[in-house]
Design a protein around this ligand. Structure first.
Ligand code: ADP
Ligand code: MG
Length: 688
């Protein structure tokens, strides 16, 4: 019945596009199918199509081909060299032929009668073969070349036609070359994937391709080798270099029990690792997907540029025709009028306009990926520009989140060992940093039943026949009434995060947990302030801990003791005051707040990616200010590009129409504007 309820996303690699108008055309033809949404990115030569499951991807490919382009389903490695080599070939052949056409001007002896027929024979391949990419895709340049050629036939002088084509082709070639560089970062990510793995199966060592590892497999990583996939170290001790994946330059020490990420490099001793995530679920796959998504999104400005490109052809044709009519009407000689009309056709091709957004996005988000910054969508950039307030979560964001149990305080008649063992057992099932600290210290092996996590409040479950509750003070008070006086006193005196533990209707102990501020946090907060943002600390932990951390890192505003809903409400309140709010968090109990913020920045790729706009692959808070700076820089670059592309068309068009720009100069300017835009975008690759 509901055959089209299920929706698939298909990625296509598109070939043969030479300006943004092509992308728009392909989008139009694919949208002719019911229920299809599509974005075609001219710079990445990629189409992202969401379509009903009953629509075969092969049909999509066929439709793109019908529109005059090539398409194939995307595989991890793509070959982009081909179109570039094709252009190079056309350029060399056209240049050789053009040399013959220009020869009489340089060597007058060649100006023998009848030479114009040789010149015609040499111009034909230039116009037919050399200019083919323009005939296929850049209507205006193609028309300019053809009109010029027609005029050459009339007066038997071919130099202008040859020159225009050659210049336009050189421009397209240089543009394609530079454009390729904008994508190097993403390609580096594709190449990062480990190739093979050394598996231990049934006591035997076997070598397999890395994609054959399955969850639960144990594999060996020798010094210098890449870790085959995400996993947990089960044996050995080493340092892991993640610089290729996250930009983090300092290797991290790992030992048994620590998590490691696939595609990072084992820089020390031999490790044995048990695979926890493979293939599509791995961190590398996740990062690659995010990096790709950023590049194929479209900003508002891009959509505007696309609309302009789409109406450019009829508008410019009318201007060119009007130019010709005006010149002839004013009694000017035909060659002057025709020259001006041809210059209009060539100059007005919106090639630079089509490159303005995608090349900047590609170079900028690619650079981001190298630095461990993943921008979710192009629209994020606009929001990153407007934020004025930055809300920082405490646990795991400003602090290490690697918590340690500092002390156990038992109520009268209770045993500290029992408190720790029972609390450790329930916490084992939770993924909160607090839980890990308690679990590690408790070393409990007791199983837990009917476990439940109460987000931002605590955990509960059956352990050894007892109903155990561990969490914030309010939780236990709410369930079982006032705490014994001895525990209230311990809570008031304790320095640090405190967890109350109880079972069978009675609070019986307090666990004090210590966390340290990340050494980089204070610096990071200075950087954020330097960007003009006012920082605010937000936490579910109690106020005494929060104010101490805030003072240590230089934050003046603190919102403490909040439940997850309270965090959302706090953000909303700031927004009601007219603030534009960014929030940084790890997603444990703050995913909803991240989503409520105008700009959500997640400091882990595991959680909260859905709710965030920016993901920082590394925990270092300094990357947050880099991410905001980078987003703003990409946006500035896009605006600069658009300005130059538009300004060039606006200034050059009247000059061409009034005959102040010859067709040859028009071709040179057109080529130059495209190259300048790409070069401007490439500056983003040096962002630091
Ligand atoms: P933050 O906002 O600083 O990251 P959370 O909102 O994650 O802190 O947690 C707030 C409080 O909720 C903690 O200080 C703790 O008292 C309680 N809590 C959360 N998760 C747990 C858990 N797994 N076990 C015990 N207490 C918890
Ligand atoms: Mg947190």
């Amino acid at each position: 019945m509901n055959k089209s309820l299920e929706v698939l996303t298909t990625e296509l690699v598109i070939g043969g596009m030479t300006c943004a108008a092509c992308a728009a055309q392909i989008e139009r033809s694919l949208r002719s199918f019911d229920g299809v949404t599509v974005t075609v990115n001219y710079a990445t030569e990629q189409a992202t199509v969401t379509h009903p499951a009953h629509l075969d991807p092969a049909t999509l490919v066929a439709e793109v081909e019908r529109a005059g382009y090539t398409a194939e389903l995307r595989h991890a490695t793509r070959c982009e060299e081909e179109p570039l080599r094709g252009l190079e070939e056309r350029l060399i052949i056209s240049a050789s032929c053009a040399a013959g056409v220009f020869a009489p001007a340089v060597i007058p002896a060649l100006g023998v009668p009848g030479w114009e027929w040789v010149a015609l024979a040499l111009t034909l391949p230039i116009v037919a073969y050399g200019a083919w990419p323009f005939h296929r895709a850049r209507t205006l340049v193609s028309l300019g070349i053809l009109a010029s050629f027609g005029w050459s036939l009339w007066n038997l002088s071919f130099a202008v036609t040859a020159a225009i084509t050659l210049i336009a082709l050189t421009g397209a070639y240089l543009e394609a070359r530079a454009k390729r560089h904008t994508g190097t970062a993403l390609r580096a990510l594709y190449d990062l994937g480990p190739k093979d793995a050394t598996l231990l199966r049934n006591g035997e060592v076997i070598h397999v391709p890395a994609d054959r590892v399955t969850v639960g497999d144990a594999f060996l990583v020798h010094p210098g080798e890449k870790i085959a996939t995400d996993g947990v170290v089960i044996e050995g001790h080493s340092a892991v270099d993640a610089s290729g994946l996250t930009g983090e330059s300092i290797p991290m020490e790992v030992g048994a029990g620590d998590r490691v990420v696939g595609a990072t490099v084992n820089a020390g001793g031999r490790l044995m690792v048990r695979a926890t995530r493979v293939g599509h679920d791995s961190r590398l796959a996740q990062i690659t997907r995010l990096a790709e998504a950023a590049q194929s999104g479209k900003t508002e400005v891009q959509r505007l540029a696309d609309r302009v490109s789409a109406i450019a052809v009829p508008v410019v044709l009318s201007i060119a025709a009007a130019t010709l009519v005006a010149w002839l009407g004013l009694g000017a000689p035909a060659p002057d009028g025709i020259g001006a009309a041809i210059a209009v056709l060539i100059i007005a091709c919106p090639a630079a306009l089509g490159l303005a957004v995608p090349t900047a996005l590609r170079a900028g988000t690619g650079r981001g990926a190298q630095l461990g910054i993943l921008v979710k969508g192009a629209d994020t950039l606009e929001r990153a520009r407007r934020i004025d307030t930055i809300v920082l979560n405490k646990t795991g964001t400003v602090t290490e989140g690697r918590m340690r149990l500092a002390s156990v305080i038992a109520a009268e008649g209770e045993s500290r060992e029992e408190i720790l063992a029972l609390a450790g057992a329930v916490e084992r099932a939770s993924e909160h940093p607090i839980a890990r600290a308690i679990d590690e210290a408790g070393g409990s092996v007791l199983p837990v039943e009917e476990f439940a996590a109460l987000p931002g409040r605590g955990v509960e479950g059956w352990v050894a026949g007892k109903w155990v509750l561990a969490g914030r003070r309010e939780l236990l008070v709410e369930r079982w009434g006032e705490l014994p006086d001895s525990l209230e006193k311990a809570l008031a005196e304790a320095v640090g995060t405190v967890i109350v533990v109880g079972w069978d209707g009675l609070a019986r102990g307090v666990l004090v947990i210590a966390d340290s501020v990340k050494p980089t946090s204070a610096r990071a907060i200075r950087n954020l302030k330097a960007l003009g943002l006012s920082p605010l600390l937000l936490t579910g932990d109690r106020a005494s801990v929060a104010t101490r951390v805030a003072a240590e890192v230089g934050v003046n505003f603190v919102l403490a003791g909040l439940l997850p809903e309270g965090k959302v409400e706090a953000i909303r309140a700031l927004q009601r005051q007219g603030r534009v709010v960014a929030m940084v968090g790890d997603g444990v109990n703050d995913a909803a707040a991240l989503a409520q913020a105008d700009l959500g920045i997640a400091t882990s790729t595991d959680r909260a990616i859905e709710a965030s706009d920016l993901t920082l692959v590394r925990g270092d808070l300094r990357v947050a200010s880099d991410a905001i700076r980078l987003s703003r820089r990409i946006l500035t670059t896009i605006r600069g590009n658009l300005f130059w592309a538009f300004a060039y068309n606006l200034v050059a068009l009247p000059l061409a129409a009034t005959g102040l720009l010859s067709p040859v100069v028009a071709a040179a300017t057109m080529a130059l504007s495209g190259i300048l835009v790409v070069a401007n975008s490439l500056r983003l690759r040096r962002f630091r």
